[in-house]
Design a protein around this ligand. Structure first.
Ligand SMILES: [Zn+2]
Ligand SMILES: [Zn+2]
Length: 371
């Protein structure tokens, strides 16, 4: 009963006090907080075991698929992974103060979890002992991160650990990775992983297009441009966006080169505004042009749009495979659910860590029922 209650509390994304409240209203006596904490450690072991098995199985499947596709370098199969990370508390931009951080490595092909790491700066038992100037009694300690090191480095550290273990753990190399983290993650991987020099960073195609769309909306709202040109741009945004997304997908599907994708990228605005001289047959056979391009050009909007497109062009070598970080976002949304939407402090006694494991378990199909 107590184990099931603990399981239900953690997997429902609520805290012990909320669980106590629910039982109080129902007039059912609740276990003590201490019992709850003990039970949490017990159920954590079950989740951990499950995740370990799921990681191994996911690795076997990914390795098999890589070999099947012929993705092998120096006798070692290679795959594409997605990396992502998060904090134990709400962050706005950089978060230097979070007590816990986590990161995941997910297989792009199957969407399965391959590695999950958590770093904690704080353990309340150690902390209490330090405050009264005593040595802490032996205890299950969750602290695995030096409190003087910035929390922002946690994600990097976990990623490096995961990449370093890829060959031993799964018999594969993570040759390509998709991640929106800053370039310092990449630099650390190159430096610290034995096959680091062969690792390539890819961009999430969805994020890039979302970014591009956001900038187009800003342009369309900029009143320094004439109203008719802004109206025309606003109407054309869905087509501009779809054309860009389609060009990336096409290049990936057909295995085309970076040059092909760049020439397509450059041509989109012309095509959308009715000038088809440079259009390739696979998406357009039109010949007649219309006045729209003139309106956009005269309003000097074409220059602005071209500048936005050139930002995408710079990313073309990293977009060519049309990869996205969707699978990681799915995990992070699960974590947000179990993490109580970061409303409460879960940094103590491994609570954040447990919720990372629960999200990992659900990701690997354990579901949320006690076993
Ligand atoms: Zn401790
Ligand atoms: Zn066209």
């Amino acid at each position: 009963m107590n184990s099931a209650g603990t399981w239900a509390t953690v997997t429902s994304g609520i805290s012990f006090s909320q669980f106590e409240n629910v039982l109080g209203v129902l007039d059912v006596p609740a276990m003590s907080k201490n019992t709850f904490l003990k039970k949490e450690v017990e159920v954590e072991k079950v989740w951990l075991k499950h995740i370990d098995n799921a990681l191994v199985e996911a690795g076997i499947e990914e390795r098999r698929l890589a070999i099947e596709k012929g993705d092998v370098d120096d006798g070692m199969p290679f795959i594409t992974v997605i990396v992502d990370g998060g904090w134990s508390k709400r962050s706005y931009g950089h978060n230097y103060t979070a007590t816990s951080g986590m990161a995941v490595i997910i297989a792009e092909r199957t969407g399965q979890l391959l590695f999950l790491g958590v770093r904690n700066k704080y353990c309340c038992i150690c902390d209490r002992a330090t405050k009264i100037g005593m040595e802490a009694k032996p205890h299950l300690c969750y602290k695995n991160w030096d409190e003087n090191k910035p929390s922002t480095a946690m994600e990097q550290d976990i990623n490096v650990e995961g990449f370093k273990m890829s060959e031993k753990m799964h018999g594969v190399r993570y040759k390509y990775f998709v991640g929106d983290g800053d370039s310092s993650v990449y630099a650390k991987l190159v430096q610290n992983v034995s096959y680091g020099r062969t690792i390539q960073k890819l961009e999430c195609a969805n994020h890039c297009i979302k970014n591009y769309t956001g900038h187009l909306h800003k342009l369309a709202a900029d009143k320094t441009f004439p109203p008719d040109s802004r109206k025309l741009l606003k109407q054309s945004i869905p087509r501009l966006t779809a054309a860009a997304r389609g060009a990336i997908r096409h290049c990936a599907d057909e295995g085309e080169t970076v040059d092909d994708s760049i020439s397509d990228l450059k041509n989109w605005p012309y095509h959308v505004f009715g000038e088809h001289a440079q259009c390739r047959n696979y998406f357009c056979q039109k010949v007649e042009s219309n006045e729209n391009l003139k309106i956009i050009t005269n309003a000097k909007l074409l220059d602005e749009i071209t500048a936005l497109v050139s930002r995408l062009e710079q990313k073309a070598p990293r977009l060519i495979k049309n990869k996205t970080s969707n699978a990681a976002e799915f995990y992070m949304s699960l974590l947000a659910k179990y993490n109580c939407g970061k409303r409460i402090n879960l940094g103590q006694r491994g609570s954040f860590q447990r919720r990372c494991y629960v999200a990992g378990s659900e990701r690997s199909c354990l579901g949320t029922k006690p076993i």
